[in-house]
Design a protein around this ligand. Structure first.
Ligand SMILES: C[S@@+](CC[C@H](N)C(=O)[O-])C[C@H]1O[C@@H](n2cnc3c(N)ncnc32)[C@H](O)[C@@H]1O
Length: 221
């Protein structure tokens, strides 16, 4: 890529998945490699769009989130999931979402020269990017066309870290503000995760002063 196409190497990303083919002799494969090259030194990289939640609330931490790093966990699209197509190597939408968000802006044009079931094109459609797909198989092109006509209900996969609720959100005002921001920063395009996040948040931080006052008939002490 460097010698023949004069592209610039940026990152070697490891996509880690928890389920896949099992081997009885040798270790079952649980990762794919993703190579990130750029055409020039001046390229789009929207770090804020792809940050992941911090583990702790600390005034020194950037609560907007941390860099996701170069090891990414996304589960494969399961055969029972609604978004699953007959394409054998369909990629998780969350994986394409991170790449598209990081490397393009709204209105940009994204090319996927091996479009398959159209995951990249579908993700671009939801994120307001234009896209071009190239695909050898007429059957897969038909599959991708159908997919692009479907209603959007949220991407089919998410980095598990996006569900992480920071520890030590002890100040009620900061906690309330953080909760709203978390959904906006990390869960947009993942509507179905928001309810689960609300439940997990209430479980982790059950004692807001208002709740204690209204619902606890016998306050401790
Ligand atoms: C790994 S799959 C892509 C999967 C896709 N990202 C998805 O989520 O469905 C690669 C695709 O490239 C197509 N392909 C292989 N060689 C090609 C070529 N020379 N030109 C266009 N498409 C090609 C295959 O038919 C296959 O659908």
């Amino acid at each position: 890529m460097e010698d023949e196409l004069h592209l610039n190497f940026n990152s070697w990303i490891c996509w880690f998945y928890t389920q896949g083919m099992g081997r009885t002799k040798g270790f079952s494969p649980r990762h794919d490699d993703i190579f990130f090259f750029t055409k020039s030194a001046d390229f789009t990289f929207n770090l804020d769009a792809v940050r992941v939640p911090q583990k702790f609330y600390r005034s020194v931490n950037n609560m907007r989130g941390a860099n996701p790093g170069d090891v990414w966990e996304f589960s494969h699209v399961h055969y029972c999931q609604e978004s699953r197509t007959p394409h054998q190597t369909q990629k998780p939408e969350g994986l394409a979402e991170r790449m598209v968000l990081a490397s393009s802006n709204e209105g940009d044009l994204v090319l996927d020269p091996f479009a398959g079931s159209g995951t990249t094109l579908w993700v671009c459609q939801q994120l307001n990017r234009d896209s071009i797909g190239i695909e050898l198989s007429a059957d897969y092109i038909a599959l991708a066309r159908t997919r692009l006509g479907e209603a959007f209900k949220g991407f089919d996969s998410i980095d598990p870290r996006m569900k992480r609720i920071p520890k030590d959100l002890n100040n009620p005002a900061i906690r309330d503000e953080y909760k709203v921001n978390h959904k906006k920063w990390f869960l947009s395009h993942h509507e179905h995760e928001m309810k689960a996040f609300d439940r997990a948040f209430a479980k982790k931080y059950p004692e807001t002063s208002r709740q204690r006052l209204l619902f606890d008939p016998a306050p401790k002490g």
